[in-house]
Every structure is written in structure tokens, then in C-alpha cells.
Design a protein around this ligand. Structure first.
Ligand code: AMP
Length: 419
């Protein structure tokens, strides 16, 4: 137990972390391009925030939260998602008083007590954006454009965008009734989870992956046919905007999303190469959420993208991202007596901004040169021998094998020119 990470968690080792850093950098550039500023909310919040915002009848709140009492007796939950925190921060810092919408993005770990499998973890990373304070349907389209823009910058193109509208509380009421009466007629074919869910949140039945439930829901009444004129108009504009920018999408009438707070537009971006866990990104509009969290009625729209899955998809597609940075120089002590001087020179190179490393094992010169080769350094700096007595070092170019004496005073310039 001491030597394995908890189930559903994993280490991202340096070689893989370079790929994460690259993706995170592209995310930041992308957000900057679209005018989203970073928010770094805490990793835990009061449990009530998620109960209120994500919703009591959701899988997350019912069975997936890491909830505990802190030493002061408060109920605390490790964040299972970050929209709730972003909305809480929007209210806490009176961001509604400034220009609207407030556009923010976050990046970081989320925690859900999920059943781990490939692409599904108990600690996973999400990148998400939120635009709070605008009703305009072009913002819905912008949010989808950010997700697609990011994927295309990373070289991921074979994606599917599924789109639906789940209306507003008014039109959804009529739909809910129609759906309930339809489901009531097909109770015998629904799984026990759906039977339990039906009265509290019948829309979630549409989300069920059980084959028998899917057969029932395939013929269920469709929300799009119940949209009120305002919701229908909104949805039409979102679709028009997506068409206008060449963002292909398909309508999926059973797409409802797992969280309670969505209204109007909902969408999911999938990549079929991911096996069972095809969803890379999910989001939508949540016009009731700010009010649910105790603020004034304020519209909002956003998405969350799973970075673990995004990186898996990039890998599966065969896209090459930058690999680990290799040092420019590898410093080698010719004899044990040169070790301290080698360390001084190494530090000087690093202070000059030249990525460098050394061998720390006090092994033979041959072994050190081998290590220099293995780490992919462009130059090896040999400290010792007759060169040292002349205040110089021998620099070997690792590709050509050429070696030359370089005075210490010129070493950094010499390496910088060869960088
Ligand atoms: P959600 O917040 O459930 O809408 O999820 C948004 C995205 O986060 C999904 O499309 C996934 O890519 C990712 N995601 C959600 N749960 C997990 C998990 N347990 N492990 C890895 N990625 C996840």
C-alpha cells in the first residue's frame, strides 16, 4: 500500500508532464485569444455549494463526492467540478457589478469517487471556461468555438459535436410531464436506477446507458419539440452561428448532461477512438445557477474538458507533442579532484540560462561520457586534466565528436552560440 498510489489516482512523471505543460500552455494562449482570464478557486468548498448547484439527484452528489468533516466540524467537499466555485467566486467578489459577461477559465484537478477505468479516474484534470452575465446566443457559440479551436490547435480534428437544447424551466415543465407519462407507460423496461430517478429527475433517464432504457428513450418525446418560442429562437441562433463558422455538429435529442444546472444549450464533444469513455468535453448554458447559489438572476454558459482524455486522444491519434527538454551541456569531472570545480562551472552555466546537468555518481570518465550521451546533451564539458591547469575546459560536440579547448571566460558565450 505504501508503494502504490490510491485507486483511481496516478503519477504523471516528468516525461509525460512535458506533454501536459505543452497542452496547458496552448490552453492559456487560446483563452487569452478569446478573452478569458484565469481563476484559481480552492480545491475544496463547503459541501452545500455542490449540493445546491450540481443538484441532489445527480450521480456526483449522490455517490461520487469526497466529503469529510474538517477539524472544526464543517462539512467540506473536494471539488468534483469547478463551475460551482466559479459562480461562488463571481458572487463573493461582486463581479456582477463590473462589465458583463465575466469570462474566466480554470485548469486543475477534480475529485470524484467514480469507478476507475481507462480514461476515468478519481482524481482527474479539467480545463473549463465560464462566461457569466450574458444571455446572447453568440456566447454559447463562442464557448463551443473555444473548445474546438483548442482541439484543432492541438491537431485533434476528428471530433464530433453533439448539440441539444433542454429549454428553460417553463418549457421544460411541459416536456417533463410528457416524458413522465411516456416513461410511465414503459416502466417495465426501465432499470431500477431509472425507476428511482424518474420522479425526481426524469430527464436523467435519457442519459442512462442501459440497453433496455435506451430502447425506451429512443422513442421518447423530444425536448426540441417542446421549446418555447424564446428557447427555440435561441437554439436556432446558436446553430446558425456554428454553421457560420464552419463548426460541424449533430443534434442529439437525448443529450441532457448529468448536472442539474443546465438550461437551453447543452453540448458534448466526443472522440470515438477513446473506447468506452468517448466524451472529451461537455457543457452548456446554466441560466438558473447564479440564482440557485444565492445571487441575482444571471445567465451563464461554459464547458469542462477532461485533460486526461484529451491527452489520451492526442496520443492515440499519433500527434507528436514536444518531448522532454534535453540539457544543452553535460558537465563531467575528469577525476574525483575535479568534482567541486565541475559543480561550480555547472552552476555558472545555469545562472547564464544554459540548461545543463552533471553526473553525480563519481564514476569513471567513460561512464560519465556514456551518461552524457544518454541524456541527449548537445555538448559535454570536461573539467580537469591539462585544460584545467590552463583555466580552460574541453568541450565535446556530441553529434560530430569534435572536441576543442575553450577558456572558462568564454565558455558561456561558446555554448550560447551553439544552443
Ligand atoms: P462533466 O463535468 O461530468 O461534464 O465532465 C466534463 C469532462 O470531464 C468529461 O467530458 C470528461 O472528459 C472529463 N471527466 C469527467 N469525469 C472524469 C473522470 N472521472 N476521469 C477523467 N475524466 C473525467
Amino acid at each position: 500500500m505504501l508503494t502504490t498510489a490510491p485507486r483511481g489516482t496516478r503519477d504523471i512523471l516528468p516525461e509525460e508532464a512535458v506533454r501536459w505543460q505543452y497542452v496547458e500552455q496552448v490552453i492559456r494562449e487560446c483563452c487569452n485569444l478569446y478573452g478569458y482570464g484565469e481563476i484559481r478557486p480552492p480545491l475544496f468548498e463547503h459541501t452545500e455549494l455542490f449540493q445546491r448547484s450540481v443538484g441532489e439527484a445527480t450521480d456526483i452528489v449522490e455517490k461520487e463526492m469526497y466529503t469529510f468533516k474538517d477539524r472544526g466540524g464543517r462539512s467540506i467537499t473536494l471539488r468534483p467540478e469547478a463551475t460551482a466555485s466559479t459562480v461562488r467566486a463571481y458572487l463573493e467578489h461582486n463581479l456582477n457589478a463590473g462589465p458583463q459577461p465575466v469570462k474566466m477559465y480554470y485548469l486543475g484537478p477534480m475529485f470524484r469517487y467514480d469507478r476507475p477505468q481507462a480514461g476515468r479516474y478519481r482524481q482527474f484534470s479539467q480545463f473549463g471556461i465560464e462566461a457569466i452575465g450574458a444571455q446572447d446566443p453568440t456566447v454559447d457559440a463562442e464557448v463551443i468555438a473555444v473548445a474546438l479551436g483548442l482541439c484543432s490547435r492541438l491537431g485533434l480534428t476528428e471530433l464530433e459535436v453533439e448539440l441539444n437544447s433542454i429549454g428553460c424551466p417553463q418549457c421544460r415543465q411541459d416536456y417533463r410531464q410528457a416524458l413522465l407519462s411516456y416513461l410511465g407507460e414503459h416502466k417495465d423496461n426501465l432499470c431500477t436506477t431509472c425507476l428511482n430517478r424518474m420522479d425526481r429527475n426524469p430527464l436523467r433517464v435519457l442519459d442512462c446507458k442501459e440497453e433496455s432504457c435506451r430502447e425506451v428513450t429512443a422513442k421518447a418525446p423530444r425536448m426540441l419539440e417542446y421549446l418555447c418560442p424564446e428557447c427555440a429562437e435561441h437554439f436556432k441562433t446558436v446553430q446558425g452561428c456554428l454553421q457560420g463558422i464552419g463548426a460541424k455538429h449533430v443534434l442529439n435529442p437525448t443529450l441532457v448532461r448529468g448536472l442539474d444546472y443546465y438550461t437551453k444549450t447543452v453540448f458534448e464533444i466526443t472522440w470515438s477512438g477513446l473506447g468506452a469513455q468517448t466524451a472529451i468535453c461537455g457543457g452548456g448554458r446554466y441560466d438558473g445557477l447564479v440564482e440557485e447559489c444565492g445571487g441575482p438572476s444571471t445567465p451563464g454558459v461554459g464547458f469542462a474538458m477532461g485533460l486526461d482524455r484529451l491527452l489520451l486522444a492526442i496520443e492515440e491519434t499519433g500527434i507528436t507533442l514536444p518531448s522532454q527538454n534535453q540539457p544543452v551541456a553535460y558537465v563531467v569531472a575528469v577525476s574525483k579532484a575535479d568534482n567541486q570545480e565541475a559543480f561550480t562551472i555547472l552552476t555558472r552555466l545555469r545562472r547564464a540560462g544554459i540548461a545543463s546537468d552533471k553526473d553525480y555518481r563519481e564514476t569513471s570518465l567513460r561512464a560519465q561520457l556514456k551518461a552524457a550521451n544518454r541524456c541527449g546533451a548537445r555538448f559535454t564539458v570536461l573539467v580537469g586534466g591539462v585544460e584545467r591547469t590552463r583555466g580552460a575546459v574541453a568541450v565535446r560536440h556530441m553529434v560530430t565528436g569534435e572536441q576543442q579547448e575553450v577558456p572558462l571566460s568564454q565558455l558561456t558565450t561558446f555554448l550560447q552560440e551553439g544552443m
